[in-house]
Every structure is written in C-alpha cells, then in structure tokens.
Design a protein around this ligand. Structure first.
Ligand SMILES: NC(=O)c1ccc[n+]([C@@H]2O[C@H](COP(=O)([O-])OP(=O)(O)OC[C@H]3O[C@@H](n4cnc5c(N)ncnc54)[C@H](OP(=O)(O)O)[C@@H]3O)[C@@H](O)[C@H]2O)c1
Length: 292
C-alpha cells in the first residue's frame, strides 16, 4: 500500500502514551488508527489496547494517570464509569450523556469528551454535505443516536427520531430539549411516510450490521426526495443494504467508516498535539483491516 508509514518505532523515556480502555478491547480499531497517525507525523508516541475488567476502571485510570499517560479512549462497558470519574465534562459529553475520550490535564484533572456526534458531522462535511441543510430523520435512539442528534441540533438542524421502542426516542428528545432545538418523535412502523419532508436520513440502529439483529435491513426508499443524503453509522459491511438501496436510487450515501476515523481526531490532537488528517491512506488502512 502506498503512503503508509512503517508502524514500529522505538519506545523511550520521552514517548507519549495513550490507549483504549475496554473489556474486551482486542476488537478495537483505535490502536491501528492512532499508531498510523503517530508514524505518519513522526511523533514519539504509542497507543495501546488496555483490557480492564468491569469494576477496575477507576483504579486503572488513576494508575494510567500516575504513570504519565496523556489520556485514553473508553469503550464498552466503561462509558458510564468514565462519565463519573471526570473532573470536567465538556459540552459534548453532557449533551450526549456519554464519554469516549479522557484527557489527563497537567494539573491532575480528568477532562471528558464525547466525540461520536461531532465525528459524524465532520464526516458528512468531509463528503461535501451541507450539514445546515435539514431536516434530518434519525433511525434509532441508543447511545450513538443521542450523540448524533445532539450534534445535529446544536447546528440548528430540525430532527425527527424513529425508534422501535418509542419511549426511548421520547426520552432522548426530552433529554436534548431546549428553546433552540427542534426534535420530533415519529412512529417506527411508519417512518418511511416522513421521507419526503427530510433532506438527511441517518441509520444509527444496529440494523444492517453483519451479525446484527437484521443484516438485510433495506427499507423502501421510494418516497425519498431527490438529493436526500443517506448515512449509515454501521460500518461492517461498509456498504450496508440501506446504503445499497439508496445508491440504487441515485441518492448520495455516506458510510460509517468515516465517522469512526473522524471521532478519533480529537483525542489524538489533545494527547499528541497534531490534528490528524483523515485521508485516503488511513481510509485504505481501515478498509483493509475491516476486510481482513
Ligand atoms: N461508525 C461509528 O463510528 C459508530 C460509532 C458508534 C456506534 N456505531 C454503530 O451504531 C450502532 C448502534 O450503536 P449504539 O451504541 O447506539 O447501540 P445501542 O445504544 O445498543 O442502540 C441500538 C439501537 O438499535 C435499535 N435496534 C436494535 N435491534 C433492533 C431491531 N431488531 N429492530 C429495530 N431496532 C433495533 C435499538 O432500538 P431499541 O431502543 O428499540 O432497542 C436502538 O435504537 C451499532 O451497530 C454500532 O456498531 C458506529
């Protein structure tokens, strides 16, 4: 593969350290992405998987801090513990109700961010989508949905949410309600009726995911207006049945791999001091890993 720098570098006393805390954590693509960027920018740093059992999160985080780590990403099952341990929750964490990135500040404080929502929006922008153009129809009301709805509404976009469990969609709308936000809840059984009123459709459910609850999820998009952007955050497979159905109708599509790449940028910038580029090389690296 062209343009991909060597992945192994010497580790020494000055090496800056970060990692991803989860249980299990071996499936995480974060080490692949961060170590690629470290090599690309010639940074003396390393990013490691940190398998931490449930119940040991706090002791692990305090230990990493004491050992001089710059911070960490946090994944299942520790996202609630990460929320609780933070000394300062940034707006993204408060709005999305979750934390996936911890930054250990020089004064000993733990700063917490959620980067999924802004990563989603940054990826849309990278695909040339005018994100100020709404309204958006969001399928799902889980953790990822909340982060995405928060980021969309923060940009003034009106959002309709359709979720199998309607009460969960209503809870999400309630949690994010403010005088500035416009969030409606729509019936899961009839969400395709609302397609003509929307410019962006986002699947945040696990439908369409390989090995998920329904990996052939391909709703009827006959009512989608011309030019509607269809985005899926499921990234295995990269082209989900929903995206294939949209592409077959000539609609622009945005797959879930770009969100995965963009959500990693904030942590890298905070820990290692460079805003890393999401370019064709790192996309190819991720694609090859997902295919393998
Ligand atoms: N691209 C990225 O960077 C990225 C980042 C985060 C997550 N993701 C992907 O996003 C998906 C959701 O993640 P999450 O953390 O939000 O999960 P979550 O909190 O567990 O939410 C799952 C959502 O899927 C819905 N769902 C599950 N099974 C369903 C079914 N059979 N029929 C209809 N709806 C169903 C749930 O509806 P109910 O409320 O009715 O159960 C809920 O809205 C996963 O596939 C994950 O891999 C991608």
């Amino acid at each position: 593969m062209t343009g991909v720098p060597p992945m192994r570098r010497a580790i020494g006393g000055g090496t800056m350290l970060a990692g991803v805390i989860g249980w299990p954590v071996s499936h995480s693509r974060s080490p692949l992405l961060h170590n690629f960027w470290l090599a690309r920018y010639g940074i003396d740093g390393a990013y490691v998987p940190l398998p931490v059992r449930p119940g040991l999160f706090d002791v692990a985080v305090r230990g990493l801090q004491a050992a001089g780590f710059r911070g960490a990403n946090v994944t299942i099952p520790h996202k609630e513990a990460a929320f609780a341990i933070a000394d300062h929750l940034h707006r993204s964490a408060v709005r999305s109700g979750s934390v996936n990135t911890l930054v250990f500040a020089g004064d000993g404080r733990i700063e917490a961010h959620s980067t999924d929502g802004d990563g989603f929006v940054a990826n849309l922008e990278a695909h040339g989508v005018d994100v100020t153009r709404g309204p958006a129809l969001v399928l799902g009301a889980g953790g990822a949905a909340r982060a995405i709805v928060a980021s969309l509404t923060d940009r003034g976009i009106a959002v309709s949410i359709a979720n199998r469990t309607r009460a969960r969609a209503e809870d999400l709308a309630h949690a994010l309600a403010s005088p500035e936000t416009r969030i409606a809840v729509t019936d899961w059984d009839r969400w395709t009726d609302g397609l003509p009123d929307h410019a962006l459709l986002v699947n945040t459910t696990s439908l369409g995911m390989h090995g998920g609850p329904d990996d052939v999820f391909a709703p009827d998009l006959a009512r989608a207006p011309a030019g509607m952007v269809v985005a899926d955050i499921v990234y295995v497979p990269r082209m989900t049945p929903l995206l294939r159905a949209a592409a077959a109708r000539g609609l622009p599509v945005v797959d879930g791999t770009g969100m995965l790449l963009h959500q990693a940028r904030l942590g890298f910038r905070e820990w290692f001091g460079v805003d890393p580029a999401v370019d064709a090389d790192i996309q190819a690296l991720l694609d090859a890993d997902l295919a393998g």
